[in-house]
Design a protein around this ligand. Structure first.
Ligand code: SAH
Ligand code: SF4
Length: 352
């Protein structure tokens, strides 16, 4: 069986004209149902003939991932979804609402092979890559559930997008295609742990989406301890790739810097970070570490403020990311890990 959200526009056209002997505008009609009307059941696509609907139903299996759990934060309305995929693997997505704007945070892999020590996903290992349809499906399922379009999309859920490059790039192309979801590329951001070939490929792909790089330390020695991927791609190489990206796209790059109490949050770390970012058009997001119950502690508020002040004094734009959904374990990977500890996932949607 095929999966409808795996097909890009050209593939729909080809399927309609070459396999189904239909006019090519059928592709536009089907994409319109899927991506604009959020109708995923071919039987409801009323401008297609009965025969074509039947053929489509025989060709494709269901489009969306199934919601196993939905948890909504009582504090700030952040919603977290746990989805079951067709092989029963589970992934997470988060939907944030801030000042009336919604942002979806979606996953690109089941687990993650990079093993960052502060990350619940990294600590639970790697299972497999998501397909393009499973990536796009998280986004559309959340739009369907909230009954309208989502404003922003970040690829910052479970997994490393650039280790699943082809599916990730295809998902972006599908979402931005005018005949498909027609989602503005400036509203999409991909976050990478620093996979150099992926950054170079994104620069070449010229898709217009924004890039965020998780740095989390100002030097290789400390970064290696937190993010083993540093052994493969040391910071010099990583920063050159970011510079290349910037030359190609002229885009400001977001630098994600997780603050972990007593580990990487001193004023000296901030000075060293500012030094490393010299000459780069960047914006530093300071993220207080969200506890995953493993060995670390949160940074003290005074240290966060000091860190921010040092960066500002060096002319680096920065902001502390407000903690969201802390009461629902919204740091990626946490809900799935909890769920693994339960007996069996419950089908349907449970609100807490
Ligand atoms: N693999 C990519 C994208 C997914 S992780 C990457 O690492 O960039 C998305 C972001 O969540 C990263 O910046 C990561 O460092 C951060 N993160 C992971 N664990 C966290 C935690 N416990 N608290 C806060 N942020 C966390
Ligand atoms: Fe993977 Fe990103 Fe978590 Fe590191 S922080 S383990 S790269 S998901």
């Amino acid at each position: 069986m095929r999966f409808p959200l795996d097909l890009d526009y050209e593939e729909w056209r080809k399927l309609c004209t070459e396999e189904w002997n239909e006019p090519s505008f059928r592709a536009d009609q089907i994409c319109g149902w899927l991506y604009a009307k959020r109708i995923f059941n071919f039987d409801e696509m009323t401008n297609l003939s009965m025969a074509l609907r039947k053929k489509a139903e025989e060709t494709f299996s269901s489009a969306l991932p199934e919601a196993v759990r939905q948890v909504v934060s009582k504090r700030d309305g952040t919603a977290k979804f746990l989805w079951a995929l067709q092989d029963a693997e589970q992934i997470e997505s988060v939907l944030l609402t801030q000042e009336g704007r919604t942002t979806a945070c979606i996953s690109t892999q089941v687990g993650c092979p990079l093993g960052c020590v502060f990350c619940a996903t990294g600590q639970s290992g790697f299972v497999r890559n998501l397909t393009c349809g499973e990536i796009v499906g998280q986004f559309l399922a959340m739009e369907k559930m909230q009954g309208g379009p989502i404003d922003n999309l970040v690829f910052m859920g479970m997994g490393e997008p650039f280790l699943n490059l082809d599916a990730f790039l295809k998902a972006v192309r599908i979402l931005k295609h005018p005949k498909m979801r027609n989602f503005g590329s400036r509203r999409m951001t991909v976050s990478t742990a620093g996979i150099v070939p992926g950054i170079l490929a994104l620069a070449e792909a010229n898709l217009g989406i924004r890039l965020a790089v998780s740095l989390h330390a100002p030097d290789d020695e400390l970064r290696k301890k937190l993010m083993p991927v540093t052994q493969k791609y040391p910071m010099d190489q990583l920063l050159s790739a970011i510079r290349f990206y910037q030359e190609k796209t002229n885009d400001r790059v977001s630098i994600e810097y997780l603050l972990i109490g007593g580990v990487n949050d001193s004023p000296n770390h901030a000075k060293a970070l500012a030094e490393r970012l010299k000459g780069l058009k960047s914006f530093v997001n300071l993220i207080p570490w969200n506890s995953t119950g493993i060995l670390y502690r949160k940074p003290a508020p005074v240290r966060i403020e000091q860190f921010r002040q040092v960066l500002l004094s060096k002319g680096i734009e920065t902001e502390v990311r407000r903690e969201r959904g802390e009461d629902i374990d919204a740091a990626c990977g946490q809900l799935r890990r909890k769920e693994e500890g339960r007996n069996r996932p419950v089908s349907g949607t449970a609100q807490e």
